[in-house]
Design a protein around this ligand. Structure first.
Ligand code: SAH
Length: 395
């Protein structure tokens, strides 16, 4: 993608009218010049006390850190000219030190009458990541990426095909949510709510690109930043945040010890090791039984019901006997199953299950007393589901 063909939105990526956009995104995997440099430091990388220290280091009163933080986390702006409570002298310096531009919207696609909105972001070093905003009558969910690419190599997942580019920084993760919050606050996302009452981001799911628990420190810090009250963070409820993992057992145990009330989602996709070894290759390291033990320990530590993700793939993992095997593993546990009709990746030989197979799968799980929902397929026509967004930009 040449710079001249990219869009130029504001730094939190708010203002692009969707317009008619191509559904297949064109462009190279990343811009030239990607180095090993770290993303620039941003206030969302730091606890408030450290932001104060940075401000003091610039010779400004430390309370300016709270003012800046309120602008970013409460008003969703990083533009110095919008910060009239800060003296003009020194404003730009503060913004440069703590609010560098991290993400530039490369493309925005919308569907579902504008209530689903996918953004392809370019990072400072040219990596591409995606986020998806989904507005429902009663909530707004942001699906965020935790890594550019992914190293887990699940064969049905678009991101898994491309490999890992790099971990995102805490602020690069948080900035995706702030960008969505800004769109909502600006009234740019249509919805069923009272128009007089601007919607807020109520839920965050780590189900975009990447394996969040493989970028543990940045992800946990991002969760804290999203959920700490303004000005420390954004003030989203911890209970409304879901961290989805392939099943990195030691990291699940570590997360359980964090004393966070976030929901854990485990991408199981098969009840048996033989199949799961192929669908989720990290299963060769941590088996189904170990992953589920870690999940039950997480449920016990947090009191939170674990979400078991299961992408239904026609004739691969959707057999009635596998539903029974899954039901037997989960019966009586603090868990529910989220069935995801497979969103086929380009060129894949796999497709979603037949409706009759899906119905039977649900029926058998319910017969084991296991709560089950079928995930809605919002955003499918814009490759919005499950990490397929940047893949289409690379093809
Ligand atoms: N790495 C994390 C988060 C990534 S994606 C994880 O694996 O949980 C979120 C969910 O989407 C995962 O359950 C993932 O397996 C699923 N997914 C990925 N590609 C998919 C596809 N093509 N169709 C349906 N679900 C998919």
């Amino acid at each position: 993608m040449s710079p001249s063909s990219s869009t130029a939105p504001d730094p939190v990526g708010s203002a692009q009218p969707p317009g008619p956009l191509p559904l297949a995104l064109a462009g190279p995997r990343r811009a030239p010049g990607r180095g090993a440099a770290k993303p620039p430091r941003h206030l969302a990388d730091l606890p408030l006390a450290e932001r104060r220290a940075v401000v003091a280091g610039l010779g400004q009163p430390p309370f300016r850190a709270s003012q800046l933080s309120r602008h970013f986390f409460g008003r969703y702006t990083d533009q110095p000219e919008e910060m009239s409570d800060l003296p003009r002298a020194g404003r730009d310096e503060l913004a440069q030190a703590l609010l560098p531009r991290l993400l530039t919207a490369e493309r925005e696609l919308t569907c579902d009458a504008g209530t689903t909105r996918k953004t392809l972001w370019r990072t400072f070093d040219g990596a591409l990541v995606e986020s998806v905003l989904m507005r429902y009558p009663d909530r707004v969910t942001m699906c965020v990426s935790s890594q550019a690419g992914c190293g887990m190599a699940c064969p049905f997942c678009a991101t898994g095909q491309a490999g890992l580019t790099r971990n995102l920084s805490t602020a690069e993760i948080v900035a995706q949510v702030v960008a969505g919050a800004r769109l909502l606050a600006d009234g740019q996302v249509p919805g069923a709510d009272d128009p007089a009452k601007p919607a807020r981001v109520s839920n965050v799911v780590f189900m975009g690109m990447g394996e969040p628990l493989a970028n543990y420190a940045s992800v946990v810090a991002a969760v804290r930043r999203m959920t700490d009250p303004v000005p420390e963070g954004m003030g989203i409820s911890q209970r409304s945040v879901t961290v989805s993992t392939v099943g990195l057992v030691p990291a699940i145990a570590r997360l359980a010890a964090e004393r966070l009330s976030v929901t854990l989602a485990v991408s199981l996709h098969a009840p048996d090791d033989e199949l799961r070894d192929t669908l989720v290759p990290v299963n060769r390291r941590w088996k189904v039984a170990e992953v589920l033990d870690a999940a039950w320990d997480y449920a016990a530590a947090t009191g939170r019901r674990v979400s078991i993700e299961y992408a239904l793939i026609k004739d691969i993992n959707d057999q009635a006997w596998r539903a029974d095997a899954l039901g037997a593993l989960l019966a009586g546990r603090l868990a529910h199953v989220n069935l995801i009709p497979l969103n086929p990746t380009p060129g894949s030989k796999w497709t979603a299950s037949r409706p009759s197979a899906q119905r039977e799968f649900v029926r058998r799980l319910e017969a084991h007393g296991v709560p089950v929902t079928v995930r809605d397929t919002r955003g499918r026509e814009i490759d919005g589901a499950c990490g397929q967004l940047a893949a289409s930009a690379r093809s």
